[in-house]
Ligand binder design. Sequence first.
Ligand SMILES: [Zn+2]
Length: 69
Amino acid sequence: MMCEKCWGDAYGGGYFDGCETQTERYHQLLDERAANPCSPEEQAGQYWDPVKQVDTRAREPQEGDDDSA
Ligand SMILES: [Zn+2]
């Protein structure tokens, strides 16, 4: 799953710090931070649910979610 914090840092205002693309810089940042990775909250970024303390991107479908019935 994409780390929102590293992805945002990789963009850096459109300057990828020597890398060709944001994706390349993003992977470079992940390598740099491998020993000290971002917290789940930082990785989830805007997808963090502060109430349930979960990354909503990783959330499994739950009973009651399906309103198509
Ligand atoms: Zn990160």
